[in-house]
Design a protein around this ligand. Structure first.
Ligand code: ATP
Length: 555
């Protein structure tokens, strides 16, 4: 059956069998809708006229066929059609399932030649709502949709009742969109029907489908526990421990290098506890100026010190009935340590300037990348507090000791960061490069490297090894560990604005004048946002505070 093969940046991404009329353009109701603003809504139509196929331009500007912009052209075998950043190749005669098939992201398939070629047995991998399962596909095909009576029901709000069908056609697997509301996508292109080789990802709503050979070995499964991906035995022990101590109120200290996922473990402890419906309040003890940490943790009364214009609840009060996560507990100043001990022993907090303490019920989870015992020996950390906090120590192994996790984590970060509807994959060389690295900045560094690689890959569907660059992204002391890049996927406009201001404050050590200049926004807006989102201490290091009060932008 004649077909058009679509290429982008030299990669073949899509094959569409040609019927009597195939509309190509930017509009979602075209038979092939390509995400390219340079195209008209209906850019061109390919029509069957007798035995021949003709391209008719609908853009009014001519469509490029064989290098010239033409209003209309008969398509000869191998004719090349230019469609913005896409290119389509006309193939007049396509062997029925006989030739070697390889599409981007797909595995190679070889079927016996001839129209009667048996269709290779298949199964459909369905990923939806964070779950994955496979459905056998018989030669009668499968219907995929939201309706429970479909062969492969998919529970996703953007999937139609009967969304698409996958069935054999001339010895190959094809998919046909059944008039779905939100469309069926392959490599970012919305398709009415297309060939579906093994291994190619189809996106519908937030769900993904991949057709596979029926007897292909199951890919190793990455376990996920409360958002943490791992199948490493060391991490499994961590998960088991979280499960066991989650329900109790025992004080837990999480030990591990920076970026290993200590905060995620703390959140998992909260999620597995009876306190899960109350707040989880994280406090990074190393990111707050020493002069402010007491009021941050315990709050202050109005007028307790100059600048305390209003009463402020501290993190412990906010976390009442819930969990407080004290990150970088090793940085807690010695003089505040007895106050923390009092919360642990008596459940009492006293706001700065208050005469009486308040009762709170807070579970304390602490974390540090430091050797707390050594801190105790050096006299920087109270021994009694150490024993109170470390009732249950949980050690999160560094990523270089669980190399088996690198691939699953990298693929998960890539899928999260890739543009919606586009299935981007690592090349084998890229995966080997990731797996061979030592990851001094652990999972956080891996996430940043993957996000950067996605930007550096250009437009292709594959991330090559050359797009992977390593920089030591370990957090500097006093750094909360965030990198300096703003990733906007999945954020609201307000969250993007908040992040942009927060990161600019950090880059400029809290200097509002520099933020105004860097972000090119009104001083009044910066001040309003800082107040609104409580970013007063952002970027300030101990000792900076006094200087910042005199910041000219504040005047
Ligand atoms: N097992 C995991 N699965 C998925 N994402 C992970 C995993 N471990 C860590 N991450 C991600 O890596 C980043 C760093 O994790 P997290 O902030 O929990 O590390 P940390 O050990 O608390 O770092 P720090 O010591 O610098 O505070 C986060 O974006 C987190 O979501």
């Amino acid at each position: 059956m004649p077909e058009l093969a679509f290429f982008r940046h030299g990669e073949e991404l899509l094959r569409v069998a040609l019927g009597d009329r195939t509309a190509i353009g930017r509009a979602p109701d075209c038979d092939v809708s390509l995400p390219d603003p340079a195209l008209s809504r209906v850019h061109a139509v390919v029509e069957r006229r007798g035995d021949a196929f003709h391209l008719v331009d609908r853009s009014g500007r001519g469509t490029r066929v064989g290098g010239a912009d033409v209003p209309e052209a008969r398509l000869d075998d191998g004719a090349e059609i230019g469609l913005g950043t896409w290119r389509a190749l006309f193939r007049a005669a396509v062997a029925d399932g006989g030739d070697e098939t390889r599409l981007s992201g797909g595995t190679e398939v070889r079927a016996a030649p001839g129209a009667s070629a048996p269709i290779p047995a298949a199964r459909l991998r369905v990923r939806a709502g964070g779950r994955e399962r496979t459905v056998p596909v018989t030669s009668a095909g499968v219907i995929v949709g939201k309706e429970p009576t479909c062969d492969a029901p998919v529970d996703d709000p953007f999937v139609s009742a009967r969304h698409l069908r996958i069935a054999p056609q001339a010895g190959r697997w094809h998919l046909v969109d059944l008039g779905s509301t939100n469309g069926t996508f392959i490599s970012g292109a919305r398709v009415a029907q297309a060939e579906l080789p093994f291994g190619v990802t189809v996106t519908l709503g937030d769900a993904e489908l991949v057709l596979e050979p029926r007897d292909a070995p199951e890919p190793p499964r990455a376990e996920a526990f409360e958002g943490m991906i791992s199948r490493d035995p060391g991490m499994r022990q961590v998960f088991e421990l979280v499960e066991r101590v989650g329900a109790s109120d025992a004080a837990v200290t999480i030990l591990g290098e920076t970026g290993t996922g200590k905060e995620l473990v703390a959140r998992a402890l909260h999620a597995r506890s009876t306190r899960r419906d109350a707040p989880f309040i994280p406090v990074n003890c190393s990111a707050i100026a020493e002069t402010l940490i007491e009021s941050e943790l315990f709050g202050h009364e109005k007028g307790a010190f100059s600048g305390a214009e209003r009463l402020r609840k501290g993190a412990f009060e906010e976390a009442d009935r819930g969990t407080i996560f004290l990150d970088e507990i090793g940085e807690l100043p010695l003089d505040l340590q007895p106050k923390l001990l009092r919360v642990l022993e008596l459940g009492e907090v006293k706001r700065v300037g208050a005469s009486r303490p308040l009762q709170v019920s807070v579970r304390i989870v602490a974390a540090t990348h430091r050797d707390l015992r050594a801190q105790v020996r050096a006299g920087k950390f109270r021994e009694d507090l150490f024993y109170r906090l470390c009732v249950v120590p949980i050690t999160v192994p560094p990523l270089r000791r669980r190399r088996g996790d690198v691939r699953a984590l990298a693929e998960a970060f890539l899928a999260r960061a890739a543009p919606r509807g586009v299935a981007v994959r690592f090349t084998d060389e890229a995966l080997a490069k990731l797996e061979g690295y030592d990851w001094p900045g652990n999972v956080r560094q891996l996430r940043n490297v993957v996000q950067r690689a996605l930007l550096f890959r250009g437009e292709g569907q594959h991330v090559p090894a050359s797009a992977i660059t390593f920089e030591d992204t370990r957090a500097a002391p006093g750094d909360t560990g965030d990198d300096d890049t703003l990733y906007v996927r999945g954020l609201t406009l307000e969250e993007i604005e908040r992040e942009a201001i927060r990161l600019s404050l950090r880059r400029n050590r809290g200097k509002r004048a520099a933020v105004v200049k860097e972000l090119q926004i009104a001083k009044s807006t910066v001040m309003k946002r800082i107040g609104q989102w409580g970013l007063h201490e952002e970027g300030r290091a101990p000792g900076d505070a006094a200087e910042l009060e005199d910041d000219p932008a504040d005047a």
